[in-house]
Design a protein around this ligand. Sequence first.
Ligand SMILES: [Zn+2]
Length: 407
Amino acid sequence: MQRFQAFRFELKPNGDQARDLRRFAGACRFVYNRALALQQERYAAGEKKLGYAGLCKALTAWKADPSTAWLSEAPAQALQQALKDLERAYANFFAKRADFPRFKKKGRSDSFRYPDPKQIKLDQANSRLFLPKLGRLRYRNSRDVLGTVKNVTVSQSGGKWFVSIQTEREAEIPVHQGTAVGIDLGIVRFATLSDGTVYAPLNSFKRHEQALAKAQRAMSRKVKFSNNWKKAKARVRKIHSRIGNARRDFLHKTSTAISQNHAMVCIEDLQVRNMSKSAAGTAEAPGRNVRAKSGLNKSILDQGWFEFRRQLDYKLAWNGGHLIAVPPQNTSRTCPCCGYMSAENRRTQARFECVECGFEENADVVGAINVLRAGHARLACEASGAVRPPAAGTHRSDSGAAARCRA
Ligand SMILES: [Zn+2]
């Protein structure tokens, strides 16, 4: 199996390099935004959307234009990559995977990519990375990079610059010895497994929320763009990046533990994107329970369910296991003991009590057991030839792997 893996390090640019990093990120943002504006103008004028080749032509014209000739100072391939990113954003929009592409703002996810491995040289022994137009950059070498380098993305977060080195290597898929398990994702508990294991909520945002609110208040009292305002802004940014780090760490630890212990992981195919859509609704159809739902939305985003699921998927694949998404139907209301399905079984949010047979259990564990059952049922259907379309395209195993897991 080809194993793709990204290695992320903090960059240690010198003064000139730090300035160039900002300029290049700015140039790529400019190109992205200008191309987006161009596409919107064409759409408004009833013209066809430009393809990648057409955008590249436009880019050449901008570079030749004296007012934007400074674009030539940025690495050419990184600018072209910005156009590809826009194309991708449009494709995601047309495929209903994402909202319409938005203009990029300065300071928000500043990044650019070197797509060509031939232009990149990684010198791990000296902790240096050579990148076009930046030269040799020092990085905080915290671990070995495995595999051949495919591309490099440079990004800014919390006032620091990072590099993400994407690699590819041939890796054998081990035979996973773990068991099958179902997962119920929730707000009160982040994840509950069908074997009773519980992962506490992340809520890193909540823990830092007060500190963040305080820092934001302090910033709002300062005169905009004054030195004190800049200091306050740096503090806000720092808290934001601390929140991001805590969340990343938690998600990785949890997904690693689960993917190592279990060969088959079943998960509810929640449409995280739909769930996190604005609860306020529209003028014609105002949302119900707006306050409760916006709280829920915030928690979902805060918990990083989507990222968690993405990590589970690839880590399981690395370990020889696999992820199965099952449609979320009555998993919280069906009795795992007798199969009786009723909303009455769920008297409270936390407790499940079957009105038919009296089976009692924590509601999240019941949900996880039902998810596991649904996963087994899906596999059985596939084995018998009555194949149903994959729930979310996450089930990437062949039937051999499936048989291994059931055993
Ligand atoms: Zn029952």
